[in-house]
Design a protein around this ligand. Structure first.
Ligand code: C2E
Ligand code: CA
Ligand code: CA
Length: 793
C-alpha cells in the first residue's frame, strides 16, 4: 500500500506534486482552524445557555415564590408558559418541597436526550426573617438547539473556508501553472535532446529569471551537443572514408597483404594475398609450408617466433593460379606501444614481370641480338668461371671473317647479316657442355673449349670451321666468297686470367691474318716477343713523332720510254738511337693501330710538300707521291691533304696520293667521294700494290684513279712466269683503256725494266733506279748541275 502510494506519487507530475504539497497543508490548517472554532463555539453556546438557564432559574424561582405561596396556579402556569415561549428552555418542572412534581410543562418538539442540560433552584419565600422553602424549580435545556446553531455556524465556516481554499488553490494553481509550464517545456526539450533531437526551440530563452538561465544553459548545452555531434559526424565520416580508402587500397594494391593475430590465425587477407600465399584465408591458421619451400618456411616461422622482421625473394607455383610467381616477401611482428606481440604481417609483391623482364634484359645483355649467340661479355664471364673451376685447361679461339667489310659494302648489310647468321649457326653447331661459342662483334667470333686436350679439340674445330668457310657460302640465294682466320690460345693453371687468354688468342689471330688469310694460328711464346716489341715501338714512335724523328726519303720514278724522272714516292724513315733503323713495314701498322698514323702522315706530308714545292719552283714538272693509309679515309682526308698543301704553299699539281684498294674495300662510297675530292683539288691518285690482296681486274672500273702501281711481287716474278707477264700486260692494257698510267714497282734489274716495258707498263720504280734518297740526294739527282742549297734559298 505504501509502495503503491509512493509509486503513485512518483508518477505524478511535478506540478501536481507541488500543488498538493502547497494545498494540503493549507487544507490541514484550515481544517484544524474550523474544528477548533467549532469546539470554541460549542463551549461558548453552552456557556450562554447555562447563563441563560441560571438567569431564568433565578428570576423564575423568584417570580414563582409568591404564586407558589399563594398557590396561584394560573400565575404559575403563565410564568411557566412565558419561560417556554420566550427562552430556549425546553422543559420546566416544579417540585414541592418534598420533591413531588407539582407541575411540568415542555416545548412540544422536545424529546429528552442524555446530554440535556438540567439545572434546579429552590423556590423560597421570605416572611420577615423567616425563609420558607416552597419547592424546587428545574429547567431543562436541550443541546439540540445549540447543535443546530453550531451546525449552522460550522457550515458557514466550512463554506467560507472552502471558498478561501478554493481561492488559495486557484492562486497556487495559477502560480504553478506559470512556473511549471516553462519547466515542463524545458523538460520536454531535455527529453527531446535525450533522443538526439536538438532541432526544437528552447522555451524561456527570453526570460531573465532562473528559468531563463536554465533555458540559456540548455541552449548552450544543445549548441555544444550539436557541435559535438557535428564534429563526431565529421569524424565518423572521415573515419568511414579512411576505412573505405584503406579497404579500396587493400583491394586494388598489387601487393598481397596478410595479417595474423597472436595465435597465428589469418585476420586480414586481401585478394592478392589469397592469390599468392598458398591456401591463406581469413579464419584459417597461416601455413607457410603450403607455399614456401620447406627450409624457407621453417626459417620464416622461426624469425616470426623470434619477433624479428624478414625479407626474402622466392619463386613459387603453390598459388591459386598455379603460375610461376616471383615474389618479394617482407614481414615481421606487430607489437603494441608497450611492445606486446599482437600478431604478424606479411607483404608480398609480385615481381614476376620484372623477373621475366630482368631475365630478358640479362639475356639481351649477354647475347648478340643478330645471331643469338653469347656476346663478348658472357664469353668472358664463362671464361672466368671455367678458369676458376680447377678444370685442367681452357682453350680460346678467336676468329675473324676475311673480306667481310667488302661483302657488307658491296652486297649490303642484309647480306652481311645473313652471312653472320650462317657463320653463327656453324659455330653454334660446335657447342656442347664443354664447348661454348660467342659472337664478339662485327665479324669476330669466339669458341671456348674446356677440359683435357682442349687445344687439340679446339684445333680440330678451328680447322674444320676454316675449311668450311673457305668454301663459297650460299647466303640468301647469293654465293659469297669469304674465308676465316683463327687464333688459338690455351690457358691452364690458377694464374691464367681471361684477359691474358684473349690477348694471346688475339695475337695468334693477328699472326694468322698476317701470314695470309684462311689460316689457324696457335699462340706461341715468339708471338709474345712480337707483341712486346710492338708495344715498345708504339711508345717509341710516339716519342719519335714529338721529336720529329720521322723523316721522308724519296724514291725516283722514271718513264720507261724516255728514262726521265717523272716523280718520287715519299717513304717514311725512322732511325732510332738504340733500336737502329725501323722499317715502315713494321711501324706503319703500329701507327695505324695506335691512332698515330694521322700525326705521322702529317709530318711526312708537310716535309714532302715543302720539298715538292721547292722542286716545283725549281722547274720540276713531275709529282711527289705520298702514301695515305686506309685509316685516314672516312675522316675527310681530302681536307687534310688540302690543309697541308696550304700550309706548305705547295701546288696540288706537284703532288700524288697513293692509296691501296683496302681504302675502298673498307670505306666504300665515302672513300670514293674522298678520292674524287682529292682529284678535284688537282692531286692525282695512284692505286698502290695492285694485284696483291683481293683486287681483280674488274675492280679497276670502280676505282676512279689516275695511276696503277703493279705490286713488286708481280715484277719480281716477271722473268720466270709467263702467266705473270700475261697478267701485267692485261693490267697495263686495261689501265690504259680506262685512261690510267701504269707503274711497275720493285724493279731491281734491267731485265725487270725490259719486261715491264714489254708488258706495256709506263713507269718504273725500284732499286734499278736506286734506293729511296734523302731530299738532298734526290735533289742532286733531279737537278744534277745545281747545288741543292740554292733550291732552299
Ligand atoms: P710501298 O708503298 O709499296 O713502298 C714501296 C716499298 O718498296 C718501299 O719499302 C721501298 O723501299 C721498297 N722498294 C722500292 N724499290 C724496291 C726494290 O727494287 N726492291 C725491293 N725489294 N723493295 C723496293 P719501305 O720503304 O720499306 O716501305 C714499306 C711500306 O711502308 C710501303 O710500301 C708503304 O706501304 C709503307 N710506307 C712507307 N712510308 C709510308 C708513309 O709515309 N705512309 C704510309 N701510309 N705508308 C708508308
Ligand atoms: Ca707506296
Ligand atoms: Ca707499293
Amino acid at each position: 500500500m505504501k509502495i503503491f502510494s509512493l509509486q503513485l506519487i512518483s508518477r505524478m507530475s511535478f506540478r501536481i506534486r507541488l500543488f498538493l504539497g502547497l494545498i494540503l497543508p493549507v487544507i490541514a490548517i484550515q481544517g484544524i482552524s474550523i474544528s477548533h472554532q467549532a469546539l470554541d463555539q460549542k463551549a461558548h453556546f453552552i456557556e450562554g445557555l447555562q447563563t441563560e438557564r441560571d438567569l431564568a432559574l433565578h428570576f423564575v424561582s423568584e417570580a414563582l415564590a409568591r404564586p407558589m405561596w399563594d398557590y396561584d396556579s394560573i400565575q404559575i402556569e403563565g410564568l411557566v408558559q412565558s419561560i417556554l415561549n420566550e427562552g430556549r428552555t425546553a422543559r420546566v418542572q416544579i417540585f414541592d418541597a418534598s420533591g413531588t412534581p407539582l407541575y411540568e410543562q415542555q416545548k412540544p418538539d422536545y424529546h429528552p436526550a442524555a446530554d440535556d442540560l438540567q439545572a434546579s433552584r429552590q423556590i423560597t419565600y421570605a416572611i420577615g426573617d423567616q425563609l420558607h422553602v416552597l419547592g424546587t424549580l428545574e429547567l431543562t435545556h436541550t443541546l439540540s438547539t445549540v447543535k443546530k446553531l453550531l451546525n449552522k455556524d460550522l457550515l458557514g465556516h466550512i463554506g467560507s473556508s472552502l471558498f478561501v481554499l478554493f481561492m488559495i488553490g486557484l492562486v497556487i494553481y495559477l502560480v504553478l501553472q506559470r512556473l511549471s509550464r516553462p519547466i515542463e517545456a524545458l523538460t520536454q526539450t531535455l527529453i527531446d535532446m535525450r533522443h538526439d533531437d536538438f532541432d526544437g526551440p528552447i522555451p524561456g530563452l527570453e526570460r531573465r529569471d532562473e528559468i531563463g538561465l536554465m533555458a540559456q544553459a540548455l541552449h548552450q548545452l544543445s549548441q555544444n551537443k550539436l557541435e559535438v555531434a557535428e564534429l563526431r559526424d565529421q569524424n565518423d565520416e572521415s573515419a568511414r572514408r579512411a576505412n573505405r580508402r584503406i579497404n579500396r587500397a587493400l583491394q586494388s594494391t598489387r601487393d598481397g597483404v596478410l595479417l595474423v593475430d597472436e595465435t597465428g590465425e589469418v585476420v586480414l587477407c586481401n585478394p592478392n594475398a589469397e592469390q599468392f600465399f598458398g591456401d591463406a584465408q581469413v579464419g584459417r591458421q597461416l601455413n607457410l609450408h603450403s607455399w614456401l619451400p620447406e627450409n624457407l618456411a621453417s626459417h620464416t616461422e622461426e624469425t616470426i617466433k623470434k619477433n624479428e622482421s624478414f625479407s626474402f625473394e622466392t619463386t613459387t607455383t603453390h598459388n591459386r593460379s598455379q603460375q610461376r610467381l616471383n615474389l618479394l616477401v617482407r614481414g615481421g611482428p606487430i607489437r603494441d606501444e608497450h611492445g606486446h606481440y599482437l600478431g604478424a604481417m606479411l607483404l608480398a609483391s609480385d615481381h614476376s614481370d620484372q623477373a621475366r623482364q630482368a631475365e630478358r634484359v640479362r639475356f639481351l645483355a649477354e647475347h648478340d641480338s643478330l645471331t643469338g649467340l653469347p656476346n663478348r661479355r658472357l664469353m668472358e664471364q664463362t671464361l672466368t668461371t671455367w678458369l676458376q673451376d680447377d678444370s685442367d685447361e681452357v682453350s680460346i679461339l678467336l676468329a675473324d671473317l676475311d673480306h667481310f667489310k667488302q661483302i657488307n659494302d658491296t652486297l649490303g648489310h642484309p647480306a652481311g647479316d645473313a652471312l653472320l647468321q650462317v657463320v653463327a649457326r656453324k659455330f653454334e653447331a660446335c657447342t656442347s657442355s664443354y664447348v661454348t661459342a660467342a659472337r664478339l662483334g662485327g665479324d669476330e667470333f669466339a669458341i671456348l673449349v674446356r677440359g683435357n686436350d682442349s687445344q687439340k679439340r679446339m684445333s680440330n674445330i678451328a680447322n674444320r670451321l676454316v675449311e668450311e668457310m673457305a668454301q663459297p657460302q650460299e647466303v640468301n640465294g647469293q654465293v659469297l666468297h669469304t674465308g676465316m682466320s683463327a687464333g688459338i690460345a690455351t690457358l691452364s693453371g690458377p694464374q691464367s686470367t681471361p684477359s691474358e687468354g684473349i690477348r694471346r688468342a688475339d695475337l695468334a689471330l693477328y699472326e694468322a691474318k698476317r701470314g695470309g688469310r684462311g689460316m689457324v694460328e696457335i699462340f706461341h711464346e715468339d708471338l709474345e716477343t712480337i707483341i712486346k716489341r710492338k708495344s715498345l715501338l708504339e711508345r717509341e714512335l710516339r716519342a719519335a713523332l714529338t721529336e720529329g724523328d720521322i723523316r721522308p726519303v724519296f724514291q725516283i720514278q722514271t718513264d720507261l720510254g724516255s728514262g726521265q724522272i717523272i716523280g718520287f714516292e715519299t717513304l717514311a724513315r725512322w732511325h732510332h738511337r738504340q733500336l737502329g733503323s725501323i722499317s715502315p713495314a713494321e711501324f706503319i701498322p703500329i701507327a695505324e693501330d695506335s691512332g698515330l698514323i694521322r700525326d705521322l702522315t702529317y709530318q711526312i706530308m708537310i716535309q714532302a710538300f715543302h720539298t715538292a714545292a721547292r722542286w716545283h719552283d725549281a722547274g720540276f714538272q713531275g709529282r711527289v707521291a705520298v702514301n695515305l693509309s686506309p685509316k685516314l679515309f672516312g675522316t675527310q682526308v681530302d681536307e687534310f691533304v688540302n690543309d697541308c698543301l696550304f700550309e706548305t704553299n705547295c701546288p696540288a699539281s706537284a703532288v700524288e696520293a697513293e692509296i691501296t684498294e683496302t681504302v675502298v674495300l673498307a670505306s666504300g662510297q665515302s672513300a670514293l667521294r674522298e678520292i674524287q675530292a682529292l682529284q678535284e683539288l688537282g692531286v692525282t691518285v695512284a692505286l698502290d700494290d695492285f694485284g696483291m690482296g683481293y683486287s681483280s681486274l674488274s675492280y679497276l672500273q670502280k676505282f676512279p684513279v689516275d695511276k696503277i702501281k703493279v705490286d713488286a711481287a708481280f715484277v719480281s716474278k716477271l722473268p720466270e712466269s709467263e702467266e705473270t707477264r700475261a697478267i701485267v700486260s692485261a693490267i697495263a692494257k686495261l689501265g690504259h683503256a680506262l685512261g690510267m698510267r701504269v707503274t711497275g714497282e720493285g724493279a731491281e734489274t734491267d731485265e725487270h725494266r725490259l719486261l715491264l716495258k714489254a708488258c706495256g707498263v709506263d713507269y718504273l720504280q725500284g732499286y734499278f733506279d736506286g734506293p729511296p734518297l734523302t731530299e738532298r740526294a734526290a735533289t742532286a739527282r733531279l737537278f744534277p748541275g745545281r747545288q741543292s742549297r740554292s733550291l732552299r734559298g
